[in-house]
Design a protein around this ligand. Structure first.
Ligand SMILES: C[S@@+](CC[C@H](N)C(=O)[O-])C[C@H]1O[C@@H](n2cnc3c(N)ncnc32)[C@H](O)[C@@H]1O
Length: 247
């Protein structure tokens, strides 16, 4: 995807890879223990944060993503941490037939599902997640809480800084989609450069995803505000985490 190809150079700085991998590790340690996860598939793994983190926790985790540029960075990130991991260049709708193994858990985190263009594509992906799991395995999905985003119509997502970069994330609200824009301002001495990259997202709601999970052989569907298991509140939570068990 052109969007990620364009932003891969500063993606890890912007999303604070080094800080998050340490901060999130205890959260994943609890999940691994609670759900008895020995093998995992990290779908839309990006630059490998969760694939690497899970391997560091002793889980045999494989990362897949459809951006070769993000995967190159993931391999470099793994090597820097002393891991020799294989990442696979695959779209989340193409897992079946390309991965001939079943896992204890499938993760699709970091608001990746809204890149799928409609509920047909979302259904395809969720059906593939089911196919990748052992019976009784767990799927973990994390997206932004679009119930809140659509209700508030707040266009500025956030502004953050790293070294001489400023990252301004903002939305355009379209008819049935949201354009996500990333304005990067690079300041060096007296020189200021701007670059803008955008991608369209589908604002899937809790009820859309829950219905699709039900239609694809999942039960015990639970919603949370985060991976720590805090309760999800439709009007106030920033994130939506859904877990479900393959029947
Ligand atoms: C916001 S990043 C999240 C990366 C990572 N999961 C994280 O939490 O940091 C979204 C990722 O989804 C990937 N992606 C988008 N559409 C995809 C698809 N159809 N199949 C697989 N990966 C996809 C992009 O290449 C990108 O790496």
């Amino acid at each position: 995807m052109k969007f990620y190809e364009n932003i891969v150079g500063f993606y890890d700085d912007m999303t604070r890879f080094s800080y998050r991998i340490e901060k999130e590790k205890p959260v994943f340690q609890n999940l691994v223990k609670k759900h008895n996860i020995k093998t995992a598939l990290d779908v839309a793994c990006g630059t490998g944060l969760h694939t690497i983190l899970l391997n560091e926790l002793g889980v045999s985790a494989t990362g897949v993503d459809n951006s070769p540029e993000m995967l190159n960075r993931a391999e470099t990130n793994a090597r820097k941490r002393g891991l020799d991991l294989t990442f696979i260049n695959l779209a989340m709708q193409e897992l079946d037939g390309n991965i001939n193994e079943k896992f204890d858990a499938v993760f699709c985190l970091g608001n990746s599902l809204p890149h799928l263009r409609d509920t047909v594509a979302l259904n395809d992906a969720v059906s593939q997640f089911s196919g990748m799991l052992h019976k009784g395995g767990t799927v973990f999905l994390q997206i932004l809480n679009y119930d809140k985003i659509l209700a508030t119509q707040n266009r500025i997502v956030n502004i953050n800084y790293s070294n001489n970069y400023e990252f301004i994330r903002f939305y355009d609200f379209l008819d049935h989609k949201i354009r996500f824009n990333l304005l990067v301002i690079k300041k060096e001495n007296d020189k200021v450069e701007h670059s803008l990259n955008s991608t369209e997202l589908v604002p899937y709601l809790r009820d859309d995803i829950t219905r699709i999970l039900q239609n694809n052989n999942f039960n015990n569907i639970q919603t949370f505000a985060d991976l720590r298991g805090n309760p999800f509140r439709q009007h106030t939570s920033d994130n939506l985490v859904i877990t479900a068990i393959k029947s």
